[in-house]
Design a protein. Structure first.
Length: 160
């Protein structure tokens, strides 16, 4: 196996580890925020003060910041950043790639359920397996790894 392929396989494994930890951070962040942001309806009956959208937003931001930091410092650490502007530019690109992955996943889940009438779960040995979430996650990982490798963390061209 050539060296470049080995490097990409190692990066993919690291990328999945960072993303897995980011998912855990997002899920537990949501749980903490949803319980922390409890606002009784009789105080603020407005949708603006509903805790679920705020908890989703805050936990997503927490997860994206973790994923960007982890991938910058570990997965793609061999790709140098020349200055702070480049680092911020990479963060913006990372957020764009993550947003596209999230929206695509939501659309696919909607299509599976409401257009194709396919259940999110399939029974396997008596347990419901969330195949649709697994499928959209695989598509999301393929997209985010490819896009971040080719777009966000690509080697900077140097003028020599």
């Amino acid at each position: 196996m050539n060296t470049k392929l080995k490097l990409q396989i190692r990066r993919l494994i690291k990328f999945c580890i960072v993303g897995g930890i980011g998912t855990i951070i997002g899920v537990y962040g949501f749980y903490i925020f949803i319980n922390w942001l409890k606002i009784p309806d009789y105080i603020h009956p407005s949708w603006f003060f509903e805790p679920i959208p705020w908890a989703i937003g805050l936990s997503t931001v927490l997860s994206v910041v973790w994923n960007f930091t982890g991938n910058s410092l570990w997965t793609f650490k061999d790709i140098a950043v020349s200055h702070a502007k480049t680092h911020m530019s990479r963060f913006v690109k990372f957020c764009i790639v993550s947003t596209i992955a999230s929206v695509t996943g939501w659309i696919l889940l909607y299509v599976f359920r409401y257009w194709l009438g396919i259940s999110y779960y399939i029974p396997l040995l008596g347990f419901p397996i969330p195949w649709a979430i697994g499928f959209t996650t695989l598509i999301g990982v393929a997209w985010t790894f490819s896009a971040n490798t080719l777009f966000t963390f690509r080697e900077e061209k140097t003028n020599k």
